[in-house]
Design a protein around this ligand. Structure first.
Ligand code: DQA
Length: 168
């Protein structure tokens, strides 16, 4: 029997119970570590997931990660998060800039959504300056490389602890 492709998903791990944060990774992020290291760094996606998971555990949250190169699979994962996950952190990769189906799926998710990017898309090519995800996210963490994974989880923890905390 052939093994499942390693890039598309990560089986949920058993861990301390706590509100679930779903971390979603879009296309080409499975290549992190090899892909344009001058832009995205040398750490792998697994390294970033480990950073996010450690931060989540420090806040008493559990974390599940899913990566896909396919828009519909990301939509399905967001649908599955409804009534299951307390919050979503999403790095949609290039889907950020045009995938309205992901915008709509996130709009149908009740909990906080944090948009995350390793690079700062606003400092790059003009076509990256539009995000169709930002309008349905509480906020965006961008340009801090791998540190962004911890920052995004910290933001989610703040939002879950006090939903209005970041208003002032
Ligand atoms: C990215 C930025 C996107 O513009 C790009 O298409 C990616 C990665 C980032 O993390 O910096 O694939 O989301």
């Amino acid at each position: 029997m052939s093994e499942a492709p390693p890039t598309t998903s990560e089986a949920p791990t058993s861990e301390a119970p706590g509100p679930l944060v779903l971390l979603l990774s879009g296309p080409n992020l499975n290549l992190l570590g090899e892909r344009q290291p001058a832009v995205y760094g040398t750490a792998t996606l697994a390294d970033h997931v480990a950073t996010a998971r450690a931060a989540a555990h420090a806040h008493g949250l559990s974390l599940e990660h899913f990566q896909t190169n396919h828009e519909g699979e990301l939509v399905d994962a967001i649908h599955r998060a409804r009534d299951r996950a307390a919050a979503i952190v999403v790095n949609p990769g290039a889907f950020t800039h045009y995938a309205w189906s992901i915008h709509d799926a996130l709009a149908a998710f009740d909990g906080p959504v944090v948009e995350l990017h390793l690079s700062n898309p606003n400092g790059r090519e003009a076509w990256r300056h539009t995000s169709v995800v930002s309008p349905v996210a509480e906020g965006t963490i961008a340009g801090f490389g791998g540190h962004g994974y911890r920052l995004a989880i910290d933001a989610v923890a703040e939002l879950l602890a006090a939903p209005d905390a970041l208003d002032s």
